[in-house]
Design a binder for this molecule. Structure first.
Ligand code: SF4
Ligand code: MSK
Length: 637
């Protein structure tokens, strides 16, 4: 019995979320294995993997670097192996974000007036068309949408030239990229180049490997993700500030609970449409429910909450726990960050675990393939399946935990700048609209802006690093913007409420929050929406005739875990923004890799990585770095 309690305690100590702690206990009682249990079984993780010195790039391996075996069979040393692994992580992350963007781009090509997918933002489409070199003059908006879709698709595979979207950056930054040679060409080409060059017997030079990792990641931030965000806004609407609630208590006791998990709004937007149809609402009543509650997990949750105020059920580490509530009729997923374990967890309850994408089929799930061409029909079929499952809910297995928090979300670039100007949905077109933001930064009322973004990582207690760092920053008058599962952590803990600014924020930031009606931590969207950060930095730097590296800003991924996060960190550094990690990436096996990534890369791009696995200390590092930038910024200003 004592041993059992110890195990439970150990698992509960791996998260600071009280709902999660309660559900970990329920999982134990229900005999369900979760990530927290599996983590206990992984007491000692592979040291070679942690350092990045394991290579299995060919069939002679795996080779592992150690004092006794300093080279792989082909002679690759630790620098080559670490460099290749790091570059492949960047390629994996770039592929994930950009393939998501490719689907959104195809969807733009499917828009029709009155159809399932329509153009929600014609003006944004026209402005973007012009930027991409398509003349909108005299064109029907749908004709224009299809043309822009084709032009954007070329960004994935065009044979010549570099990404058109680089032109959004300040000229001086573009020159830095040209000089270092990291202007990305076609997105797919950069991914293919990394995969080719990291094949056995190809690139074996750490500087060259880091270089190509940067060029590939730049294709993620300044092409794939930027296209994904821009076209999502055009298709589904630019987010505007909206109220929501977050954490697992958003599950509604007597409603059909549908959780959407994954990343692409093409599916989730259709599920929203379908679930609002009178026929679906009627069906829910027929099966004995009061209605339908949609909620989201991971970045699909962020996309939905930004555009519709749909509630956030939880973050990456809560996906199994959501099913363990016993109150979920269907967990509908598309791509990325989906635990394969959900299939097993769902067998203990009535929950249907529905996979929808040929890119992410999972053994044990109910596979209901979703096609953009028949989107609404497919979505209706899926929602119907969820509703009909309500009758299978077993009340004796239901335990919805007590906590949730309110939050204001939905701050796209336009909304942040608009709020500071006291107007809604402003066009960001001149220095005047940016002036209030620049003024509060230049005067030092707000000391700087920090993007605290990314995942949960089982190597740190869930949410601990995010909250520690965000709280420390806002207490000291640094405005925090956040995306991904970091955004969920903030929303769950009341940091996205203006009313809490006085409680958590320093005097300067609290005053700004009060005056312009913003929370101290701003929800900027999903993982691909980190491109919004690049956009805002570029707008401000352009308005001031500065480089992004001159601004008092920083990036931070306190609990990163995915390859996408590594690609994001790399393009953020490549964009001239100092980037702070709370978990060490698998590069420590190569002293040269560490030296470059945490040091000399700064000579090339004006920023580098900083790693500190102590969250309090990392927050101090971030503030010290921004303070060191301020005199130069103020002088230039
Ligand atoms: Fe070993 Fe070289 Fe093959 Fe890697 S590529 S597994 S180091 S022989
Ligand atoms: S979902 S990539 S765990 S942020 Fe985008 Fe969250 Fe990280 Fe996935």
């Amino acid at each position: 019995e004592k041993k059992k309690v110890d195990v439970l305690e150990q698992m509960q100590n791996m998260t600071i979320d009280l709902n999660s702690k309660a559900l970990i206990e329920k999982a134990e009682k229900d005999g369900v294995e979760t990530m927290y249990k599996r983590k206990l079984g992984y007491k000692v993780q592979c040291g070679f993997g942690l350092q990045g010195v394991c290579c299995r790039n060919c069939g002679m391996g795996p080779c592992r670097i150690s004092p006794k075996t300093p080279r792989g069979l082909c002679g690759a040393d630790e620098h080559t192996i670490v460099g290749r692994n790091y570059a492949r992580m960047c390629a994996g992350g770039t592929a994930a974000h950009s393939d998501h963007a490719r689907d959104i781009t195809h969807t733009l090509g499917l828009t029709t007036p009155g159809g399932a997918y329509q153009v929600a933002e014609p003006e944004k489409l026209k402005e973007f068309a012009q930027f991409m070199g398509v003349d909108p003059e005299g064109k029907d908006i749908y004709e224009l949408a299809h043309e822009v879709s084709e032009v954007c698709l070329m960004e994935f595979g065009k044979p010549h030239g570099v990404s058109k979207l680089l032109a959004r950056a300040p000229k001086v930054r573009q020159d830095i990229w040209k000089e270092y040679g990291i202007e990305p060409r076609a997105i797919d080409r950069e991914i293919a180049t990394v995969m080719h060059s990291t094949h056995i017997g190809c690139c074996a030079d750490i500087d060259a490997l880091v270089h190509m990792a940067f060029r590939c990641s730049m294709a993620d931030g300044w092409a794939g993700s930027m296209i994904g965000t821009m076209l999502s806004d055009i298709l589904f609407g630019t987010p505007k500030p909206v109220h929501t609630e977050a954490n697992l208590n958003v599950l509604d006791g007597n409603n059909v609970n549908i959780i959407l998990h994954g990343h692409e709004p093409t599916l989730s937007e259709m599920i929203v449409l379908a679930s609002e149809l009178p026929e679906m609402q009627d069906l829910a009543k027929e099966v004995g429910a009061d209605g339908i509650t949609l909620s989201g997990i991971c970045c699909t949750g962020n996309e939905l909450t930004m555009r519709h105020g749909i509630k956030i059920a939880g973050d990456f580490h809560q996906q199994e726990l959501a099913i363990i509530t016993g109150a979920v009729e269907a967990m509908i997923v598309d791509v990325q960050c989906i635990f394969p374990a959900l299939a097993e967890v769902a067998t203990h309850y009535h929950t249907k675990f529905i996979t929808t994408s040929p890119k992410a089929q999972i053994t044990g799930s109910t596979y209901m393939e979703f096609h953009e061409e028949t989107a609404l029909e497919d979505a209706k079929t899926i929602v119907r399946e969820a509703i009909l499952n309500f009758k299978n809910r077993d009340a004796s297995k239901v335990m919805v935990p007590e906590l949730k928090s309110e939050a204001m979300v939905g701050y796209a670039e336009e909304a942040i700048v608009g709020q500071l100007n006291n107007v809604v949905n402003t066009q960001i077109d001149d220095m005047n609209t940016l002036k209030p933001l620049i003024d509060v930064l230049a005067s030092g009322v707000i000391r700087g802006v920090v993007g605290v973004v990314g995942c949960n990582n089982a190597r740190t207690p869930s949410n601990y690093n995010h909250l520690t760092i965000m709280k420390e920053l806002i207490k000291n008058d640094y405005l925090v913007v956040t995306t991904g599962c970091g955004a969920s952590a903030a929303a769950k803990n009341g940091l996205m409420l203006k009313e809490n600014a006085a409680k958590y924020a320093g005097k300067g930031l609290a005053t700004v929050c009060q005056l312009v009606d913003i929370p101290p931590v701003i929800h900027l969207g999903s993982c691909v929406d980190n491109s919004r950060i690049l956009n805002i930095c570029s707008l401000v730097a352009n308005a001031l005739d500065m480089d992004i590296a001159d601004l008092p800003v920083a990036g931070c991924a306190p609990e990163w875990m995915s390859e996408k996060a590594i690609a994001i960190g790399t393009y953020v550094v490549g964009s001239g923004i100092e980037t702070f990690l709370g978990v060490m990436p698998p590069v420590t096996g190569s002293s040269r890799a560490v030296e470059i990534l945490c040091g000399s890369i700064k000579d090339k791009v004006g920023a580098c990585f900083h790693v500190n696995e102590d969250a309090e200390a990392l927050a101090q590092d971030i503030m010290a770095c921004i303070e060191a930038k301020r005199p130069h910024f103020e002088e230039l200003y």
